[in-house]
Each structure stands twice: as structure tokens, then as C-alpha cells.
Design a protein around this ligand. Structure first.
Ligand SMILES: Nc1nc2c(c(=O)[nH]1)N[C@H]1C(S)=C(S)[C@@H](COP(=O)(O)O)O[C@H]1N2
Ligand SMILES: [Mo]
Length: 263
């Protein structure tokens, strides 16, 4: 973690120097990015895109997040954000133990499909003990069990123009006069197909509690907590999220947070 953030800062500096037309001697790793019209350099329009490009180009976003042992689970998973959605459809599904729940997977896919919880539980599962880092500054280690998102994507067949998975959730944040704003999030295909990206229905060897996103929430272990949508209703494959809600790719992104929240 420490080494990484130092690298990120160094890279920011290098990017700024490049943009100002300076060259950095003795810093081979950045050289290609300093060339004019380098695609990565052209993407550096904001610190967020810089972070995104930097992690993609230099750190290797395919790398696995650290996994922990059972003995390192020292606390319950602290619930945060929505913990008890009061959307009518959700409350209806919940009182019947989510038997009627269906995960919709659609958008730019060959075969739009819906999955019951039972079907998801019968697919090959992955269990991982990881640390959840919230942007508010707290962390929890917990054990997650679920279906790799990649398996679902393979089943439905992702079309070649699909760039993002958008997670639409049941919980609605009150939006004053304009009514409610549903929680939603998005990740790119690299994160979607990352081996630790799972649709979790289990936590710490039990069914996923409502407070932590029942019946289904995503784990995106290389990013901060707000990317990990809880109460998932629908996963839509899209080419762009510009037309969805505030257009920034997520509820918190529409309120100013970075779209790419790498850790
Ligand atoms: N649908 C939904 N997903 C959400 C949130 C939320 O409010 N609604 N909060 C996010 C934030 S900020 C964090 S830190 C984690 C919290 O997950 P937890 O309740 O399991 O700790 O969920 C994320 N996913
Ligand atoms: Mo968070």
C-alpha cells in the first residue's frame, strides 16, 4: 500500500512535468508516456484518469488483491451506506427470503438472462478473505463467497462494444424534490473479469446479511468500498455510462468521487 501510493504520487509528478513539456532524465519507466500523442498521456485530462491509466499501465490491474487467513478476521463486517433498503419491491423480496429474486443481466450481451439466487449458488463458487477499505478511512477483513462475474459474462456472451458493467441497485437515496436517486456503480471489463471480482451471496460463512447487501453484492477487491455495489438488481453491459443518471458512472461519482478508486 505505502509503496503504491508513493508510486502514484511520483507518476502524477511525472505526468505534470510531461504536460509542461519538460523531460525527466533517468526515469525510464515514464519515458514512453512523455512522448507527445502517446495514448496514455492523452488520457491524462484529470487526476482520476491519470490514476486509472497509471494503474493500468504500470502497476498491472490484473494483479490479485492480498488475501488473508481466517485468523485475520477480527471483527464483523461493519455495514455502511444503505443498510436496510425500504424500496417496496426489495422489502417484498426480502420477506420471502429472496426466493423470487432474479438478477437481470442485459444490455450489450448475446443472451439477456436472469438468475435466481438458487441458480447462482449452484454455479462454481469462489471464496476469498479480503480487506474492504472505505473512503471514510476504515477497513474490515471479511470472507466473501460468490460467483465470479466472469462466469456470468461468459454465459450471457458479452458483445465486443461493451466496455462497462453497470450495477443497478434496489436502494434509493432520498433526492429531495427531484425524488429518489438509486445507488448504482460501474466497472470496466478488466475489473469485471478480474478473478477476485465476484457476485457475493455469502459473508463470513453465512448468507450475506441484509445490512451488507443481500441478496447479492459485488466485490471489486482492487478498488475502494463505494465501488462494491450492494443490493444488486440488474447488471447492464454498456459502451458508455454518459446517459445513465448523472453520467459519471456511479452514485458517489455523480457527487464528485473518482470513477476509478484503485487501492
Ligand atoms: N447499493 C449500495 N451499495 C453500496 C453502498 C450503498 O449505500 N448502497 N455503500 C458503499 C460503501 S461507501 C461501502 S464502504 C460499502 C459498504 O459495504 P458494507 O455495508 O458491507 O460494509 O458498500 C458500498 N456499496
Ligand atoms: Mo465506503
Amino acid at each position: 500500500m505505502k509503496r503504491f501510493s508513493a508510486g502514484r504520487r511520483r507518476f502524477l509528478t511525472a505526468g505534470a512535468a510531461g504536460a509542461a513539456g519538460l523531460t525527466l532524465a533517468g526515469c525510464d519507466v515514464f519515458d514512453p508516456l512523455l512522448r507527445p500523442n502517446h495514448p496514455v498521456r492523452n488520457a491524462m485530462s484529470s487526476a482520476n484518469e491519470l490514476t486509472y491509466s497509471a494503474q493500468r499501465a504500470l502497476i498491472g490491474r490484473e494483479a490479485l488483491a492480498k488475501e488473508f487467513s481466517e485468523s485475520e478476521i477480527r471483527q464483523g463486517m461493519r455495514p455502511n451506506g444503505s443498510t436496510d433498503p425500504n424500496n417496496v419491491e426489495y422489502m417484498f423480496l426480502r420477506q420471502a427470503d429472496f426466493v423470487l429474486y432474479r438478477l437481470q443481466v442485459d444490455g450489450l450481451v448475446d443472451t439477456p438472462t436472469s438468475y435466481s439466487l438458487e441458480q447462482l449458488r449452484n454455479m462454481p463458487a469462489r471464496t476469498q478473505i479480503t480487506r474492504h477499505d472505505c473512503v471514510e478511512g476504515w477497513s474490515c477483513i471479511a470472507k466473501w463467497t460468490g460467483v465470479p462475474l466472469a462466469a456470468i459474462l461468459d454465459e450471457v456472451g458479452v458483445q465486443s462494444n461493451a466496455r462497462y458493467c453497470v450495477f443497478h441497485c434496489y436502494d434509493i437515496y432520498s433526492g429531495g424534490l427531484s425524488g429518489g436517486v438509486p445507488y448504482y456503480e460501474s466497472i470496466d471489463m478488466l475489473d469485471a473479469r478480474h478473478p477476485q471480482t465476484i457476485l457475493a451471496y455469502g459473508m463470513n460463512d453465512a448468507a450475506l446479511p441484509v445490512a451488507n447487501g443481500a441478496p447479492l453484492r459485488v466485490r471489486v477487491e482492487r478498488q475502494l468500498g463505494y465501488k462494491m455495489a450492494k443490493y444488486i438488481q440488474r447488471i447492464k453491459l454498456v459502451e458508455s455510462f454518459a446517459q445513465i443518471h448523472g453520467g459519471k458512472g456511479g452514485y458517489w461519482e455523480d457527487h464528485g468521487y473518482d470513477w476509478y478508486a484503485g487501492i
